[in-house]
Ligand binder design. Sequence first.
Ligand code: DQA
Length: 143
Amino acid sequence: MTKVLVLNGPNLGRLGRRQPEIYGHTTHAELAHQCVEWGAGLGLEVEVRQTNHEGELLDWLNTAADDGTPVVLNAAAWTHYSLGLWDACAQLTAPLVEVHISDPKQRAEEFRHTSVVEPHAAATIAGQGIDGYRQALELLASR
Ligand code: DQA
């Protein structure tokens, strides 16, 4: 089975409690469970991680680069300003799919309108809610 990492950045551990009108009612634990199930159905071994610590995400991405592991990444707010994240994504050796639950480019805050991940991603899926993760896994499984 192909291993895939689903990596979630800051504040996504609060899914279900965090602005549900924007991010929905699914908790991070439920999302993680769903991703593992969706992956299994697609022949993927999915591992889901979430961190509020940028260096930890960079370490995970560096290891994924060394191991050639495909990544589904919702870097949350770091998406919009982290140059360290830009550099880590540039090093990835297997496909990267960027996911956002909301569609940052349609939101009012201008800082959300750019992404350091997008230039390195095979695709960006935004505004599809939690289903965006399923679509990202489907995309990776089809490659
Ligand atoms: C997000 C969108 C980002 O702009 C925001 O900072 C997040 C979540 C999303 O999934 O819609 O934390 O990545």
